[in-house]
Design a protein around this ligand. Structure first.
Ligand SMILES: [Fe+2]
Length: 224
């Protein structure tokens, strides 16, 4: 991806949050210059990769296969100084913009449609060798537990959510309008906990065609 595209996507995300009256913490709009001055009192942001996360899953087509995320809070299982066992992320999902099939080895997550269009969520169990299983899927959504056929597409309107346990394959996209989703989960570690059905890259390499307007969660400079 190009840096100019990442800048534009984050600017668009901030504008969407304004429209939806959803407020992000102050570090969402710190510039690279401001980051240079942030000392160890902000280590939690750096250590736990809070903040912006833009991915096209190496598709080179962000509008069709990609996701804009902002990690609002997260713990860290590999650093003892963080006791926090939970994570909250903002997911901004475009119309028809797919996050491809994946499951998590240990993370359990609730994905909640907080407003906008409809969140379309397609689910399969995983076989022992990590393929799509044809077995029925148990769904737990807003206190309602029920069973659906493998590959069912659930349509979640604003206010609705679904619980995704470990090893449940899910792919999702938005319909009708962009969706503002919140993910509430156990501690998230994108470096080891994701299994994609088809191999994709989670963190794209960037071509620096203009200066970064905002830094991604993997780009913070060390504390001065
Ligand atoms: Fe997921």
């Amino acid at each position: 991806m190009k840096r100019s595209q990442v800048n534009q996507i984050i600017r668009g995300g901030l504008e969407f949050c304004r429209q939806m009256n959803f407020h992000l913490p102050p570090f969402a709009v710190w510039t690279p210059q401001q980051w240079q001055t942030k000392g160890h009192e902000y280590d939690e942001i750096r250590d736990n990769m809070l903040g912006w996360d833009v991915t096209d899953y190496t598709s080179d087509n962000f509008a069709e296969v990609g996701l804009l995320l902002f990690t609002i809070r997260n713990g860290n299982d590999s650093l003892e100084k963080y006791e926090k066992p939970y994570c909250e992320k903002l997911l901004i999902i475009g119309e028809g913009q797919i996050t491809p099939y994946h499951f998590h080895y240990s993370k359990m997550e609730d994905i909640i449609n907080r407003g906008g269009g409809r969140l379309m969520m397609q689910v399969y169990n995983s076989t022992d060798d990590y393929q799509l299983a044809d077995s029925p899927v148990q769904v737990c959504a807003d206190g309602h537990t029920y069973t659906v056929e493998a590959g069912t597409i659930l349509s979640l309107g604003p206010g609705e959510s679904i619980t995704i346990p470990p090893y449940l394959y899910h792919q999702f996209w938005a319909e009708e309008e962009t969706v503002l989703c919140i993910e509430v989960s156990k501690v998230n570690d994108d470096t080891v906990d994701n299994h994609f059905l088809e191999e994709v890259g989670r963190f794209p390499e960037l071509t620096e065609d203009e200066p970064a307007q905002y830094l991604l969660c993997s780009e913070y400079p060390p504390a001065p």
